[in-house]
Design a protein. Structure first.
Length: 189
């Protein structure tokens, strides 16, 4: 597998992973009619805009399979909620369902976090739906549960949970996956 910095030309592939991951991860959690309205056509320009910023304040990395197909992505940047204790935030990390539980999520996280730390964001938090079946991933990475908040998605009341790392460097694996370098064989996550 290969992990590299995303380019504007990756927008459609990232949109596909984003929509497909939401549909598999949040089935039975988020209303079905909301998931049905998600579309690649809607998400592609959104991602293209993010990836085309001339002076990005956030970073996006993609994971590719050996054929070059994007199978996952991670994004992050400055913490968006004004939290006084956390400088950075992991905005999203999604992998296609068939590619989960092979260690790729750890490699994506490590690569993104390395870049965030280099950009002056040594502490991180992230928000995840409390009912997300993959929430244990963040606990396994040592995230400390910080806060809960109520949100509405597709009209449904849901709870999000924040996990934090005061020293994000603990998430950087050795050797770290670097832009354009193979991430190595899948490992059990």
């Amino acid at each position: 597998m290969m992990i590299r910095a995303a380019q504007p030309t990756d927008a459609a592939a990232i949109a596909k992973v984003h929509v497909d991951s939401w549909r598999t991860t949040y089935k039975g959690i988020v209303p079905d009619d909301f998931l049905a309205t998600l579309s690649y056509e809607q998400r592609t320009p959104w991602w293209h805009n993010i990836l085309s910023q001339s002076a990005p304040t956030s970073f996006v990395y993609v994971a590719e399979d050996p054929s070059g197909q994007v199978i996952g992505f991670a994004s992050g940047g400055p913490e968006r909620g004004g939290d006084p204790d956390y400088t950075g935030e992991v905005y999203a990390i999604y992998l296609l369902a068939a590619c989960q539980r092979h260690g790729l999520g750890r490699h994506l996280t490590s690569t993104l976090v390395q870049r965030l730390v280099q950009a002056g964001m040594p502490s991180l938090l992230l928000w995840v739906l409390a009912a997300n079946p993959c929430r244990g991933f963040y606990e396994a990475l040592g995230g400390q549960r910080l806060y809960d908040k109520h949100v509405f998605i597709g009209g449904a009341p849901l709870v999000e949970v924040a996990y934090g790392w005061r020293d994000a460097r603990v998430l950087i694996t050795e050797p770290p996956a670097k832009t354009g370098e193979a991430a190595g064989p899948p490992t059990t996550a």
